[in-house]
Ligand binder design. Structure first.
Ligand SMILES: Cc1cc2nc3c(=O)[nH]c(=O)nc-3n(C[C@H](O)[C@H](O)[C@H](O)COP(=O)(O)O)c2cc1C
Length: 628
């Protein structure tokens, strides 16, 4: 096949042949896509995108696509197809008449690996509106991974009354007249090779530079943008920044931010990825603010546990008057116009408790572990799907559970694994064990203890378990890494507040705790210099990108500590830094509960006044100006 009119004819012939077979053939076998579904007379666009690369870059377009849209293959290879939703050659904004619900549906189908079929408004390169009857079909490789997505596009003229595009440059570039360059088409036998070479070599500068830029960290892209006007323009592309954020912070963080910006039934907020990347890199927009919310959590209580599900804060259990263990569930939707606490009507609630943990799993699932109930300490596990039709707590009696405990710390990894460390067992004994529970298949959930590695050789590898403790925090960063900070830790015969930082990488074959800074660092003092004073019952949150922020807690000699500290555990020699933040922090900042809502809002609840627990007043540490 050659990149000229002969090739077009040849291709049309081939399509005819394939149509008889009813399938399109690929190198890996027939794509299960029925051509018979298409209108008989339609000449259709055909596009293949790489699903293993970031953002589905186009790797093939047929001639009909080129003819109808006016975009030549070399201009669009490497791009995502969404430019067709913008009016004008590679305009950067989706046209206002493109139905966002259709785009969201495409997005959902691609994310979930489902087929999509629908109608979307597109524009040719010269700005002419086109109705595109689009079908997207994911193609699975041998290992059940989606490797490609193929699209069939049936374009018809859309009858819309639009102003002509202002500049001549927006017009479709005419196809070059005369024969193609000699190196390009040198003989029929090399046609196919030439076409492929063309795909590789003739990506436009813009596509190439975007591909290079999206592999850089946000700071570097900002620096490249300062070089000249052209680089500045290239670096000001919201789709580029979305991918950069995805590279820097992980796909889950980007999804959490998108979900928070478009809450179901709530007010949609525009996400500006470039600004978000800057604010979360420099932390220039971090600020405290006070939130007043409606509703009440009754009966009043302390020592409850909270976590976030999307924009919602969920509260479970706690200690009421006369040490009454509670087992009720409340929700506060911070995406609502007037957030208020509401009790959730749930079936089969777990036994009442306090000093337990509540953690969120993927989707809208929540998990409760341990705590102290009327019968003493607990080691049971309960799951709830908050968005189920009739939410019901389910008892997951995982095999080989850890000893019963309270005041432990928990976190979740990959949205499906619960990790529990330390806490206080019977007779006040402090614990230093670490357990995981994979909740992917609830029926076969089995607890697994993470034991110290006998083979770890690095100087900082913790050959023993970290000292036993309670009131510490766990923060997840970098996918499957966990950072443990502080708590009341055993030190010889004493129990002292700690400022030690341990990390655990569960992606390793033999995960083991490593002390990365603090007095427990083997053979060293505190190389991190002015770290936070030792504490327990503090707030810890991980920021998109992996830095961990701590605040508050019970600190020796001080009523409470309002200074904010940030640590990047990925640094070669992690070092605490103080973050100066405007706004009004909570006055009393220990014994509260906290959660990160929508990726950028650290919500602190229930600061203790000594007399009562106030849940109508919350404090929020917002990391970005979006969502505030
Ligand atoms: C193979 C393939 C072909 C696509 N073709 C089109 C198209 O012709 N027109 C269009 O508007 N979107 C098309 N899309 C969808 C967009 O590329 C994009 O996925 C969609 O806008 C939703 O994602 P977004 O919200 O990130 O923009 C195609 C996607 C794939 C994977």
């Amino acid at each position: 096949m050659e990149w000229d009119s002969d090739w077009e004819e040849e291709e049309e012939e081939m399509v005819g042949e394939r149509e008889e077979e009813g399938y399109l053939l690929g190198s890996g076998g027939p794509f299960l896509f029925s051509i018979g579904d298409l209108p008989e007379s339609a000449s259709f666009g055909f596009v293949v995108c790489d699903a293993l690369e970031l953002d589905y870059p186009i790797i093939y377009v047929n001639t009909t696509f080129e003819k109808v849209t006016g975009y030549r293959a070399e201009e669009v290879l490497g791009r995502n197809c969404r430019f067709l939703q913008c009016r004008g050659a590679f305009a950067q904004r989706r046209h206002t008449m493109v139905d966002p619900s259709v785009v969201a549906e495409m997005h959902r189908c691609l994310r979930e690996g489902a087929d999509f079929s629908g109608e979307v408004l597109n524009f040719s390169k010269d700005g002419a509106p086109l109705t595109n009857r689009l079908t997207l079909t994911p193609i699975y490789g041998d290992d059940d991974l989606i490797t490609h997505v193929i699209a069939v596009q049936v374009f018809t003229e859309a009858k819309l009354d639009l102003d002509p595009l202002p500049t001549a440059s927006a017009k479709a570039a005419p196809r070059p007249a005369g024969p193609p360059p000699s190196w390009f088409v040198s003989g029929p036998s090399r046609g196919q090779v030439c076409r492929e070479l063309c795909c590789l070599l003739q990506l436009s500068d813009e596509v190439l530079s975007q591909k290079i830029l999206l592999r850089l960290p946000p700071r570097d892209i900002a620096a490249v943008g300062l070089v000249c006007k052209r680089f500045y323009e290239l670096s000001r592309n919201e789709h580029l920044w979305r991918l950069v954020c995805r590279n820097a912070w992980g796909w889950e963080s980007v999804q959490a931010l998108e979900a928070a910006a478009a809450p179901p039934g709530g007010k949609r907020q525009p996400l500006r990825w470039e600004r978000l990347a800057r604010e979360l890199t420099t932390l220039e927009a971090v600020a405290w603010r006070r939130l007043s919310v409606g509703g009440v959590v009754e009966p009043s209580r302390c020592n409850f546990s909270t976590c976030a599900v999307g924009n919602r804060v969920v509260l479970f259990g706690g200690e009421g008057v006369n040490m009454q263990p509670m087992n009720d569930t409340f929700v506060l939707d911070l995406g609502a116009t007037r957030p208020e606490w509401r009790p959730v009507n749930v079936a089969s609630p777990p036994p009442g408790r306090w000093g337990h943990t509540l953690s969120s799993l993927n989707g809208s699932r929540l998990v409760v572990f341990g705590g102290c109930g009327t019968q003493g300490l607990l080691n049971d596990v309960f799951l709830l799907d908050l968005d189920a039709k009739s939410p019901t707590w389910r008892d997951i009696s995982g095999l080989s559970p850890p000893p019963a405990r309270s005041w432990h710390s928990s976190c979740t990894l990959d949205g499906s694994t619960l990790l529990v460390t330390g806490g206080c067992a019977d007779a006040g004994v402090l614990l230093n064990d670490t357990f995981t529970l994979d909740l992917t298949a609830e029926n076969t959930a089995t607890w697994k203890e993470i034991l110290p590695s006998g083979t770890a050789t690095a100087a900082t590898a913790w050959k023993e378990k970290p000292p036993p403790r309670l009131g510490h925090t766990l923060s997840v960063y970098g996918g499957r890494k966990v950072l443990m900070f502080g708590g009341l830790a055993k030190s010889g015969p004493l129990r002292l507040r700690s400022s030690d930082v341990f990390t655990l990488d569960l992606a390793q074959e033999e995960p083991c705790w490593r002390c990365i800074t603090g007095s427990a660092m083997p053979g060293a003092g505190n190389p991190a210099g002015a770290g936070p004073p030792p504490r327990l019952d503090h707030v810890a949150a991980s920021l998109p990108g992996g830095r961990v922020l701590i605040f508050g807690g019970s600190v020796a000699g001080l009523h409470s500590a309002s200074q904010l500290y940030v640590l990047d555990p990925a640094e070669e020699e992690p070092r605490w830094r103080i973050l100066t933040v405007p706004g009004r922090p909570p006055r009393f900042a220990w014994g509260h509960s906290t959660c990160v809502v929508g990726g950028t809002r650290i919500v602190v609840l229930g600061g203790q006044t000594g007399e009562e627990w106030m849940l109508g007043e919350l404090y929020e540490l917002s990391l970005a100006s979006f969502g505030s």
